[in-house]
Write a protein that binds this ligand. Structure first.
Ligand code: NDP
Length: 281
């Protein structure tokens, strides 16, 4: 168990490690479930705490895997799940949350996110999220795939300022948020959760990531993760179904990349020079 991981703090003063495990693609193949459960358990044992899932992943299958992994160690985890936009009406969000809680076999989701913006008015979703929070079924709520204009709109409606996080695509090859969304969130003390921090594996073949991995005797995954963890207020949620990779990924926090090498990476994978619409997967 590592107790030296960097941390991020939510507006409600809860502080969690800046490294958590993703679960997209888990719960789809029964043969892979034992490894998936062990991978989540290994992450919790390494002090990662945050487990990110969604009703979408495996159509509930990933939440069942998380539920199995949490058996006997619920207190070690900070559970994040997400509601489909079409389930995000005031009533719908409460029903979806109840279903997720049942699959997860827990009585509270620590952070519940609107997965992406759909047709339901934000006022309705916020009202449902606030009811869930008051009833204790969730600890906090937030959003995912929200750009700056969405965040401005959210914060202008009653209760919208209670949003506790925004989960977005962010890695060394997808840096658009650095132009405006990341500073917007940082100024308000709102953590960002970086999804696909390893570029779903593709980024690990980029020649600059490989160059840095050789220079630091690290693996490409460690370099990709170190890039995300370098940012204040950003929580990375890499997914791995391989328990043996948890230790490797944890060691990314020990890397001390020089300013010269970060500058070299900026030349190969430049930060945005202008506003780019938020990318999503
Ligand atoms: P990641 O960037 O985390 O990459 C996951 C891939 O990288 C998997 O194929 C995994 O394979 C592989 N991998 C993991 N560790 C290593 C390693 N050490 N060396 C080589 N390959 C490795 O992609 P995801 O898209 O899964 O993003 C992470 C999480 O973010 C998701 O699981 C989900 O929880 C969340 N997410 C949220 C979205 C949203 O809209 N809010 C959208 C997309 C993701 P293996 O399992 O075999 O190790």
């Amino acid at each position: 168990m590592r107790d030296d991981l960097p941390t991020v703090s939510f507006p409600n003063t809860i502080t969690v490690p800046a490294l958590g495990i993703g679960t997209w693609k888990m719960g789809e193949d029964p043969d892979k479930v034992p490894d998936e459960v062990n991978s989540i358990r290994a992450a919790l044992e390494s002090g990662w705490s945050v487990v990110d899932t969604a009703e979408m992943y495996g159509e509930g299958g990933a939440e069942l895997v998380v539920g199995a992994a949490l058996r006997g160690c619920r207190d070690k985890a900070f559970v994040v799940s997400k509601v489909y936009p079409w389930n995000a009406s005031t009533r719908g969000v409460q029903d979806a949350c109840a279903r997720s809680l049942e699959r997860l076999a827990i009585d509270k989701i620590d952070l519940y996110l609107l997965h992406w913006r759909g047709d339901v008015p934000l006022t309705e979703t916020v009202a449902g999220m606030e009811i869930l929070r008051q009833q204790g079924m969730i600890g906090a709520w937030g959003v995912s795939n929200f750009d700056v204009d969405d965040m401005e709109e959210l914060f202008s409606i009653p209760g919208g300022e209670n949003c506790a996080a925004n989960q977005v695509l962010y890695n060394a090859a997808r840096r658009g948020i650095e132009f405006d969304l990341l500073p917007w969130c940082q100024e308000r003390g709102l953590p960002m959760m970086a999804y696909s921090p390893l570029g779903q594996g593709d980024l690990l073949h980029h020649q600059e990531i490989i160059r840095l991995s050789k220079a630091y005797q690290a693996t490409p995954a460690q370099i990709a993760l170190a890039f995300v963890l370098e940012r204040d207020g950003v929580l990375a949620i890499p997914k791995t179904s391989r328990p043996d990779r948890i230790h490797e990924l944890s060691e990314a926090v020990d890397l001390e990349i020089s300013d010269e090498d970060w500058a070299e990476l900026d030349r190969a994978l430049p930060p945005p020079a202008a506003k780019k619409p938020l990318e999503m997967i």
